[in-house]
Design a protein around this ligand. Structure first.
Ligand code: 5AD
Ligand code: SF4
Length: 458
């Protein structure tokens, strides 16, 4: 599993939701749906607006003077909010939903500054996302139990390297709000560390013998330091002794031209990319709020491969997302067939409290998920096996990390992140040496030190 494995959201105290419904039966139904999508976020319904942490006015346009009624209600809410703040209570969030919101969104925000958020009937499934974004914009943290800045400060103080390879966190949090994922709620918004701090930490690591650094972030390619991730990689590549750079995990939306060019131009950047696509069905990708299609993903892969033809691709897949049909699943298998992976992680969809997908209709049967996962993993295994086998006969530069399990054996990694077993001297640990690959298996490849390696390792 990659280290972005979602964690359960931190325990948060229950919050109170008051919904006032105007108008038709449709609105009554919509109010229930809003309560449903907010329940996993910790909101329980209350009928006392003055106690509420979140007030939603679900409005209706049918009656005359409908919007006037809403404005006068907003006046009362403003007083309640002020009284609550004076009494030392928490902040009261105010949302206007429904048809009036749809018709006069901007007007409402202008006339009633008490309103935090206006949301039309088409966007209720996005309420958790919108509320999280609003809270963040107001400087509030939702469920995260740490301030990333403080954590990073502590991290930068002194970093003890442990071996030849190291992870270096450059970015945390996520603004993407995939509907299955808790990260945007638990980890908060995207935050990038300043390049100078990262470079200083990288130098500390290389001074202690680290030769390979993997840049980490939930959305590492959304790195927002000057010049983006590509610039950071180029600056790191200039550090003496740092031979290899990797990064994970990336989002297809943030793969920019500069980063693609870095794959072509920076020899220290390894030809391995973990770029999760999650599904090959556009219908499911839309329900996941991924904001890319199968086609745009495939085009992107073509571009990265044009820059670096030997790129090894890895990804994440979810099977059994709510509403996934056999046909949707087949589209995922098709996409995997087209991409041809060197490795991949795959998961059965699991409901995460606080996420919109957990409240979606069409939850898929466990047995169906099992069956799909097995089929998908069989396909990935085939591809991984074939990828490993395709290296046999090639000579690859291997960075040796540690002694192997057997006497006289050392273990390293190929540029494609494959584990490589070789018989050789421990003096090669921390060095890169050419290895002629002679055999392959599912999880590793084996080879002989090329003659020149034994004499003068890099
Ligand atoms: N169910 C199953 N898999 C999930 N992932 C994230 N959330 C869920 C979930 N609710 C997977 C995604 C992501 C990886 C780190 O974990 O594939 O890319
Ligand atoms: Fe979760 Fe999607 Fe953000 Fe990845 S991009 S951390 S899956 S919300």
């Amino acid at each position: 599993m990659s280290d972005t494995t979602p964690k359960a959201p931190a325990q948060t105290p229950p919050k109170r939701l008051f919904i006032k419904t105007y108008g038709c039966q449709m609105n009554v139904y919509d109010s229930e749906r809003m309560a449903d999508v907010l329940r996993p976020l910790g909101y329980g319904v209350t009928d006392a607006p003055e106690d509420a942490d979140l007030v939603v006015l679900n409005t209706c346009h049918i009656r005359e003077k409908a919007s006037e009624k809403v404005y006068s209600e907003l006046g009362r809410i403003k007083e309640m909010r002020e009284a609550r703040t004076e009494a030392g209570g928490g902040r009261m969030g105010v949302v206007v939903a429904g048809c009036v919101a749809q018709a006069e969104g901007e007007e409402i925000m202008r006339r009633a500054p008490v309103v935090d958020l206006v949301v039309g009937p088409q966007a209720y499934h996005k309420l958790p996302e919108l509320i999280a974004r609003t809270a963040r914009a107001l400087g509030e943290r939702l469920a995260a139990d740490f301030a990333p800045e403080d954590k990073f400060d502590a991290l930068t103080q002194a970093r003890q390297a442990d071996g030849v390879t190291a992870f270096l966190t450059v970015q945390e949090g996520c603004d993407k709000f995939c509907t299955f994922c808790v990260v945007p709620y638990t980890r908060g918004g995207e935050y990038s560390r300043p390049p100078a701090d990262i470079l200083a930490e990288a130098r500390q690591l290389t001074d202690q013998g680290v030769r390979e650094i993997t840049l980490l972030g939930q959305n590492v390619n959304a790195y927002a330091g000057q010049g983006g991730l590509a610039s950071l990689i180029r600056a790191l590549a200039a550090i003496d002794g740092l031979a290899r750079i990797r990064y994970t995990t990336s989002h297809p939306r943030d793969m920019d031209e500069a980063l693609i060019a870095a794959h072509a131009e920076v020899p220290e950047l390894m030809p391995y990319l973990h770029l999760p696509v999650q599904s090959g069905s556009d219908r499911i990708l839309r329900a996941m709020n991924r904001q890319h299609t199968a086609e745009t993903y495939l085009k992107l892969i073509d571009r990265v491969r044009a820059a670096r033809p030997d790129l090894a691709l890895s990804g994440d897949f979810i099977v059994g997302f709510p509403g996934e049909t056999d046909q949707d699943f087949e589209a995922t298998l098709d996409l995997i067939g087209t991409v041809n992976h060197a490795a991949a992680f795959s998961f059965k969809y699991s409901r995460r409290p606080g996420t919109p997908a957990s409240a979606m209709a069409g939850q898929v049967d466990e047995a169906v998920k099992d069956e799909r996962l097995q089929r998908l993993q069989a396909l990935i295994s085939q591809q991984q096996l074939a990828f490993n086998a395709s290296q046999v006969g090639r000579t690859l530069p291997v960075l040796f990390e540690r002694p192997g399990r057997h006497a006289g054996q050392i273990l390293g990694r190929s540029p494609y992140l494959q584990a490589v077993h070789v018989d050789g001297p421990q003096s090669l640990i921390g060095k890169i040496a050419p290895v002629r690959i002679t055999a392959s298996a599912m999880n590793s490849i084996t080879g002989d030190l090329a003659p020149e390696a034994v004499g003068a390792p890099a």
